[in-house]
Design a protein around this ligand. Structure first.
Ligand code: SF4
Ligand code: SF4
Length: 224
């Protein structure tokens, strides 16, 4: 995380820097809450499991994608990952950032998106607004509970209330944000980041871009 906060400092002249910082702060809180949930209710993923990433292509907001793009370009600096994203075939059904050969599987683990942090690791709400948790169908850990519901969580369970608050905070970071499949979202962010990197430390980006900050997510217009 230190390298990521340093990255925010490096980009401090651009407004996205403070958005990245808020996103990272939120990711830390989510980590704390999901860990606490898993410990309290005995939920665990088997060591080395990454089957969800093999059968899932996450969608990301523009801000999440730019955080991943910045991590790939300026922290990880692994051209093979960029090449894999570029060549990605959406029909594969596997996340392009999944690496079956790594014990950790996720190539961008420190900056993975919100959905990846929550999947299999926290309760959601049923259609009546009651807390519910179902064990991931790939989870072979026999100690993990298969189902937890309102009778297990109790009224006003802290973890549920906290996760709801964190979801609201996440939505507030990018109101009306649209999402894109991860490869498209990250590739789009990379071209913006490369543009910015080429103009770091000069004022020329203002002139080239009509005075606007190219890393600020453009609000999505409301459908009329
Ligand atoms: S970004 Fe990482 S955690 Fe999320 S689906 Fe892809 S490989 Fe899995
Ligand atoms: S959420 Fe399911 S598939 Fe993903 S790592 Fe955990 S047990 Fe494996």
């Amino acid at each position: 995380m230190e390298a990521l906060y340093s990255l925010c400092d490096r980009f401090s002249e651009f407004s996205v820097s403070s958005q990245w910082r808020s996103l990272l702060d939120l990711y830390l809180l989510i980590e704390k809450e999901t860990t606490s949930f898993q410990q309290t209710y005995g939920v665990a993923c088997p060591p080395g499991c990454g089957t969800c990433c093999e059968h899932f292509v996450p969608e990301l907001t523009e801000l999440e994608a730019s955080m991943i793009g910045a991590y790939l370009l300026f922290v990880k600096q692994d051209p093979s990952v960029l090449a894999r994203l570029d060549a990605y075939e959406a029909s594969s059904g596997t996340c392009p950032l999944y690496n079956p050969d790594s014990p950790y599987h996720c190539t961008v683990y420190p900056v993975r998106g919100m959905i990846c942090r929550l999947f299999g690791a926290c309760p959601s709400e049923d259609k009546f607004g009651n807390p519910i948790f179902r064990k991931c169908k790939y989870n072979t850990d026999v100690q993990s509970p298969v189902l937890l519901d309102a009778k297990d969580f109790g009224t006003g369970a802290a973890v549920v209330t906290t996760m709801r608050k964190l979801s609201v905070q996440f939505s507030a970071l990018e109101p009306l944000a649209a999402t894109l499949p991860i490869a498209d979202a990250v590739m789009r962010s990379l071209s913006r980041l490369q543009f910015i990197a080429a103009h770091m430390g000069s004022d020329s980006h203002d002139d080239d871009n009509g005075g606007s900050d190219p890393l600020v997510p453009t609000p999505t217009p409301l459908a009329s």
